[in-house]
Design a protein around this ligand. Sequence first.
Ligand code: ADP
Ligand code: MG
Length: 328
Amino acid sequence: MANGAKPIVLNEFDIIQRYFAPPQKIRPEVNLSIGDDCAIVSIPTHHQLVITTDTLVSGVHFPNDATAYSIGYRALAVNISDIAAMGATPAWATLALTLPQADEIWLQEFAHGFFDLANQFNIQLIGGDTTHGSLTITVQMHGLVPTGKALLRSGAKVGDLIYVTNSLGDSGLALAFLQKQLMLTNQDQECALKRFYQPEPRVIIGEHLRDIATAAIDVSDGLAADLKHILKASNVGATVYIDQLPISNLVRQHVSPEKALNLALTAGEDFELCFTAPRDAIEKLKHIANITHCAITPIGEIQKGNELQLLYQDGKTYHGSTQGYRHF
Ligand code: ADP
Ligand code: MG
């Protein structure tokens, strides 16, 4: 370098040691963590292991200029959300990191985002892989659930009500903003981008739903597309009353009513839970909403057949698109 200072060159072992090895939350079930060829864990008796993987690719799942903190946070959040949708409790994770360069500030911020969320849910990072290439982050997340209690997509029954947590559309609004399709004030930008980059996985609600819900999924591809997964797996149909959809206030303020509906139904990545439960569960669900400070809204019902009907209050059918995000 011109000033004589040596460039800092980190090898993969330095990176692991500096940014991803402890200190962090330590779980009692983890017998061997980062540092050997494999990690070793013990599964508590009467529990099953619930496993998921999600990859984030720069430019596909987040813009190329996203902050390292938010990438670290989001990479873990999307995986925790899948665990929550099974009614399981997140426990430990592995992290496969492909980096274009070993940038210390970037790594520090990435690890900060990752561990802020990991620590919040008592998740231990127990291993991974570090390679050179285009920025890609793969997390494998393991969760624990009492044997036989996991929430599947296949359990919805005719007569069940369909529910969704919190509100829909903010993440889609953020994406429209990032794609320069609309303007937002600084304050509204902050709210929308926070929901896009730092979704709140509904772990506690998922745990409470174990004994209540008949089927569940997290909204990652768009509510309509994800609900259709439940319908197909459960071999049932449904009616959703679109006036009842909990469209976020921010979305209502910034786009036309038609666009707001479109975002709520088709924009993915809200990472809320959509689930079905028998009608008599309503009081228990109100209680869960109260203790978690998160709205749980009934939006429709499970019926015979295999169609998803979208109806307005006056009985008219909604004919807009229900196609969610697809990679291919
Ligand atoms: P091996 O060559 O035997 O696969 P590595 O040299 O890739 O092992 O990794 C050494 C140790 O560091 C392993 O325990 C591995 O799980 C862990 N590790 C590697 N990369 C990461 C990472 N990005 N985050 C957490 N742990 C990692
Ligand atoms: Mg090895």
